[in-house]
Design a protein around this ligand. Structure first.
Ligand code: PLP
Length: 344
């Protein structure tokens, strides 16, 4: 089976499994797990923030950030197809009690002027704008990179109005790899960031949120409230350390595979690659084939290739370290044949 549904399907490496087995552990709620402490210190360092916190998932990390930065009744600004708005089950309303103000981005990129215009004035009729969120890379925009310049401009707006800026950086290291820079190029222009260890970096579980010491102190309490205070969790932090120290450096390989896949798919008539393929995601439109994305995905599955439906006629493929160049060649070849057979 070639599984191109998501980079979340990656399995922990042998080294990660061994590290989990051998991890020194303690009760992390008592602050006594040395492996968690090591992971958090490493993450804070890589992300250029004072402190970091190990959380169970990207969703939990984002929600803790929203809860920590805002008050019920606030309004938060986010991109119209961002994960926090689109895919987190309405959690910001359910938990933080905030309302959302969405801005339609251009390939995931919000115009700083639109953000400035959306920030509420001080008026008793209005909610207070409590937070601005960006997503880098942007999943629904096909892994699009939000440029350092765009982040810098949005951060300037946020600072001027004294509003915190949070980055959902589930795939921030893909953004960093795409410009061949450290993640701090981006994180210097935000107050807090969430990164996933369990996507392209291959750890089995977990995310990190990072920010000032004051932010992390309050975030730690929200994590506890949400039931995310775990005990001998060094077992899960140990693979996270390998994810951060070793797996970041190979993400460019996944981007290269995505380029090869996109180039092969562009050669196939009636298939359109719709995104710019800046990182590890390729999105195609199968409308001209006269099938729905569900039908296309189902047929591919019969040939042992997995992708996901990303809209009525859109299909998403995501490359990751469990997918080889040979798998990519086989995928292109299989789709080519599938279309030929259907046209006869
Ligand atoms: C951009 C983005 N943010 C957050 C998440 C949530 O991560 P998790 O599945 O660990 O909750 C995802 C998951 O795919 C994502 O793509």
């Amino acid at each position: 089976m070639i599984d191109l549904r998501s980079d979340t399907v990656t399995k922990p490496t042998e080294e990660m499994r061994r590290a989990a087995y051998e991890a020194k552990v303690g009760d992390d709620v008592y602050g006594e797990d040395p492996t968690v402490k090591k992971l958090e210190k490493l993450a804070a360092n890589i992300l250029g923030k004072e402190e970091a916190l190990f959380v169970t998932s990207g969703t939990q990390g984002n929600q803790i950030a929203v809860l920590t930065h805002t008050q019920p009744g606030n309004e938060i600004i986010l991109e119209a197809e961002s994960h926090i708005f689109y895919y987190e089950s309405g959690a910001v309303a359910a938990f933080a009690g905030v309302q959302t103000r969405t801005i339609e981005g251009e390939k995931g990129v919000m115009n700083p002027k639109s953000i400035a215009a959306s920030i509420r004035d001080d008026d008793q009729h209005f909610p207070e704008t409590g937070l601005i969120c960006l997503e880098n890379t942007h999943n629904r925009a096909g892994g699009a990179v939000i440029s350092v310049q765009n982040m810098k401009e949005i951060y300037a707006v946020a600072r001027e109005k004294n509003i915190p800026l949070h980055v959902d950086g589930a795939r921030l290291f893909n953004a960093a790899a795409s410009i061949n820079e450290n993640a701090t190029e981006f994180t210097q222009y935000c107050d807090t960031v969430q990164i996933c260890l369990s996507k392209g970096l291959g750890a089995p579980v977990g995310s990190i949120i990072a920010g000032s010491s004051e932010f992390i102190k309050s975030a730690r309490k929200w994590r506890k409230r949400l039931g995310g205070g775990l005990r001998q969790v060094g077992i899960l932090a140990a693979p996270g350390i390998i994810a951060l120290s070793e797996m970041r450096n190979r993400l460019a390989e996944d981007h290269q595979n995505a380029q090869v896949l996109a180039a092969g798919l562009r050669e196939i008539s009636k298939i359109t690659v719709v995104n710019d393929v800046e990182t590890n995601i390729v999105v195609i439109d199968v409308k001209e084939l006269g099938v729905s994305s569900d039908e296309f995905v189902e047929e591919l599955k019969e040939k042992d290739i997995l992708a996901v439906s990303f809209g009525p006629t859109l299909v998403r493929f995501t490359t990751h370290y469990d997918v080889t160049k040979e798998d990519i060649d086989k995928t292109i070849d299989t789709i080519q044949r599938q279309i030929k057979v259907n046209q006869i």
